[in-house]
Structure formats: structure tokens, C-alpha cells
Ligand binder design. Structure first.
Ligand code: FCB
Length: 424
């Protein structure tokens, strides 16, 4: 195996930090949502989470011992008035030779911005660009690469279309302006970051190869529609400067002159999060949505019930290369991982990661320019609506005491990095 990629781990602010009322942090939509009865499993909240805000040096030491090249974390927009924590984090990483890769938005919108319309409002895009510039003014002397948004598709779909994530709106196709405003935010932020010396800017999209439920025309058509929503809605505008046709029609005058040019700002890389393929068939007659998601049979599933299909990663990357050709920049897998039963004996995760790294190697052998691979996640953490029930960490966290215990997969990854398996 000779792919030679940067190896890292990924986390997100609300999922690990805790300290939600400290040092000037303002409430976010996830504070509101998780404190609303019935929204998260067992009423779990991120109030304390992994207490990473106070245990950061210990967590950086865990990463250093693991031997990763890079750390993908997110900056909490609700902490914009006091970025001291991220200043210390970046210094701690650089001291250990770990490259920081911050994401500017991983779903924790300040509640005050949601109160003014959140991502349904165009002004949120402009405010995001200001915030991006403000963060780069503080960290840009040491951080030159950035991810603007994490999975704008999931944020739109779960947060605004289905209501299963914060802010909890169930607008179905009425959520589409959220796509455009996030994309505009991305484009405006790229400009703000470049002005401040950024050398590598990317967006992270959550993509999934779509498997039609059958060869029937209705299933094929529904699969193409789903593919447009999950895989093209956030890649076509960024890479090609256009929306898939029927989505452009539905967006109407939400899109203003000049927006697509801003959104198409050249990128240095594309972040891809891969978890599993999606099987799609035609919807029943009375359905609200133009597609129907079906189970994938006959493959293992994670503790979350997600199908394990490592070859889907290769298929996804080769498919992106075929679709976008020369417009596709180099790719970083910015998240890949699985939840397992609680405990430190996680052979399942070792097999999962090993198989997906092999699939990445296959994609590279097929000519896809892959530069990095980030495991989701360093720590067991707050898995959004599932609370603490889904454990994705290389390191176990005891949520009563905060104690960290490396799992077998942590040792496997450390040994595999040390062996030079992923070096160029
Ligand atoms: C992704 C999210 C990440 C985490 C993983 C399991 O969709 O970006 O925060 O929840 O799924």
C-alpha cells in the first residue's frame, strides 16, 4: 500500500468542548435544541461533552503519541468574541508538529443569528464571511489552511428540511434556500481567507454513492434526484459554478447576480466525508419527498446500523473524478469512521479503517488525487441527536469522569503510522 497521504483525526467543537458558558461563549442552536425535551436521545446535551475545553493539552498529547500529521477541529462561532482557546490549541499542536486544519462552521450557529433567520436568511452568509476574516486575523499567522463549512447538505437536510438536528425546522423542500446561503457563505469566506494569506482552502461535503433500488425507470429517476441533492447540490456550484437544473429552477430568485461566481471561487482541495452508500427507490404516491431511502441488505452494519461498504469510498472518488474531470481539485477524506459498542476492544473499527484505507489506495491507483485521510473521531463524543449513545472514538471517554482510555484501534493506527505505511 503506497498511497502516501496525510493522516489525521477529526473532531467538532460542540461534540467535544463543553464549557458552553465560559469565557464569553454565547448560546448556539445546539444548546437550545439539546435542551428542548425530546430532541436528543435521553436528553443528552453538549454542556460538558468530553470537557476538551479544559483537557485540551491531554488530548493534544494523545494525538502526538498517536503520531498523526494533522488535526481537523472546528471553531465555535459562538466563541468568536474570545478566541484565546483556539490560539492555545494551535500553539500546542504546532509545538508537537501536528498541522492544524480548522473548520469554521460545524453546525453550531449562534442562537442570536438563528433568531434573525439563520441560514434561511441571506445576511447569515455575509456575517459568516466577517467571522471567517475575524478568525483568520487572529490565527492566520500560524494557520494557512482552512475548511469553510462542514457538510452543508446534512445541516440543511437534518436541521432545516427534516428537523432532526438543530435548529429543528421541518420545511422539506422549503429548506433549499439554506443550501444557497451556505454556499454563498463559503464563497465569501474563501475571499476573506485568501485576503489574509490562506494557502489552502476547502469545503467539506458529505457524499454518498447512490445505489438505485432496481433498474426500473422510476427507481433510476428517484436515484438521480437523490444524487442531485446529496452529491451535486454542494459540489456543482463550487466546482462548476452552476446548480443541477431542477434545483436551479426551485431556487428561483434566491440566487442573485454574481452569487455563482463568488461560490465558484477556486479551491485548493475538496474535503469529502464518507460513511456509506445510499440505496434509493421511487417514493410512494403520497410521499413528501421525490425519493425513498431503502436499507442496504447483506452487508455488516456499525453499532449505529450504518452499512459498511468500503468499496463505496473508491466508487465515490472515481465517480467524482469522472463527473468533474479537470475541475476536481485534490481530495482530502476529512471524515471516515464508525461507531462501535462501548469498550476498548474495537476490532470492528480496526477492520473498518483498514478496509477504507485500502479502498482509498484503490482510488489513488485509479488516478484520483487523494492527499489526506482523517479518522472520525479522536474521542467518543456527543453524536448530535443520538447523544452519547454512539461511540466513534479511537479513544474511549468515560462521560462521568472524563477519563480517556485509548482503544485497540488507537494502538493499531499508531503502529501503522509508525511503520511508515502511509508515507510517500
Ligand atoms: C458526520 C458529522 C460528524 C459526525 C459524524 C458521525 O456527518 O460531520 O460531526 O457526527 O457524521
Amino acid at each position: 500500500m503506497e498511497i502516501g497521504v496525510e493522516i489525521g483525526v477529526a473532531t467538532a467543537a460542540y461534540q467535544i468542548e463543553g464549557a458552553v458558558a465560559e469565557d464569553g461563549r454565547v448560546p448556539s442552536i445546539w444548546d437550545t435544541f439539546s435542551h428542548t425535551p425530546g430532541r436528543t436521545l435521553d436528553g443528552d446535551t453538549g454542556d460538558v461533552a468530553c470537557d476538551h475545553y479544559h483537557r485540551m493539552p491531554e488530548d493534544v498529547a494523545l494525538m502526538a503519541d498517536l503520531g498523526v500529521d494533522a488535526y481537523r477541529f472546528s471553531i465555535a462561532w459562538p466563541r468568536a468574541s474570545n478566541l484565546d482557546f483556539y490560539d492555545r490549541l494551535v500553539d500546542a499542536l504546532l509545538e508537537r508538529g501536528i498541522a492544524p486544519l480548522p473548520t469554521l462552521f460545524h453546525w453550531d450557529l449562534p442562537q442570536s443569528i438563528e433568531d434573525e433567520g439563520g441560514w434561511l436568511s441571506r445576511s447569515t452568509a455575509e456575517r459568516f464571511a466577517e467571522y471567517a476574516g475575524h478568525v483568520a486575523d487572529r490565527l492566520g499567522d500560524r494557520v494557512r489552511r482552512w475548511i469553510t463549512l462542514n457538510e452543508p447538505f446534512v445541516h440543511m437536510a437534518q436541521g432545516y428540511a427534516l428537523g432532526t438536528h438543530a435548529p429543528g425546522h421541518a420545511l422539506l423542500l422549503g429548506a433549499l434556500p439554506v443550501a444557497h446561503h451556505q454556499l454563498l457563505a463559503h464563497g465569501l469566506a474563501v475571499a476573506a481567507l485568501r485576503e489574509r494569506g490562506a494557502t489552502q482552502v476547502m469545503i467539506t461535503n458529505n457524499c454518498s454513492p447512490v445505489l438505485p433500488a432496481s433498474d426500473d425507470d422510476a427507481d433510476l429517476a428517484a436515484a438521480a434526484v437523490y444524487d442531485a441533492f446529496q452529491n451535486r447540490l454542494f459540489n456543482d456550484p463550487v466546482l462548476l459554478g452552476e446548480y443541477p437544473d431542477f434545483i436551479a429552477g426551485a431556487l428561483g430568485d434566491v440566487v442573485r447576480d454574481g452569487d455563482l461566481a463568488a461560490i465558484r471561487a477556486p479551491l485548493d482541495a475538496l474535503g469529502i466525508n464518507y460513511y456509506n452508500p445510499t440505496r434509493v427507490g421511487a417514493p410512494p404516491d403520497d410521499a413528501d419527498l421525490p425519493f425513498d431511502i431503502r436499507p442496504i441488505e447483506g452487508v455488516p452494519t456499525t453499532a449505529f446500523g450504518w452499512p459498511v461498504v468500503p468499496s463505496g469510498l473508491r466508487d465515490l472518488l472515481v465517480g467524482l473524478r469522472d463527473r468533474y474531470g479537470a475541475a476536481l481539485p485534490p481530495i482530502y477524506i476529512t471524515e471516515n469512521g464508525c461507531s462501535t459498542e462501548d469498550g476498548t476492544a474495537d476490532r470492528f473499527r480496526i477492520d473498518f479503517l483498514d478496509a477504507h484505507l485500502r479502498a482509498l489506495d484503490d482510488a489513488a491507483a485509479a488516478g484520483v488525487d487523494v492527499r489526506g485521510y482523517f479518522v472520525w473521531s479522536l474521542l467518543d463524543n456527543f453524536e448530535w441527536a443520538e447523544g452519547y449513545s454512539q461511540r466513534f472514538g479511537l479513544v474511549r471517554v468515560d462521560f462521568e469522569t472524563g477519563e480517556r482510555t485509548p482503544k485497540d484501534s488507537y494502538r493499531w493506527l499508531r503502529d501503522s503510522i509508525r511503520s511508515g505505511r502511509w508515507r510517500r
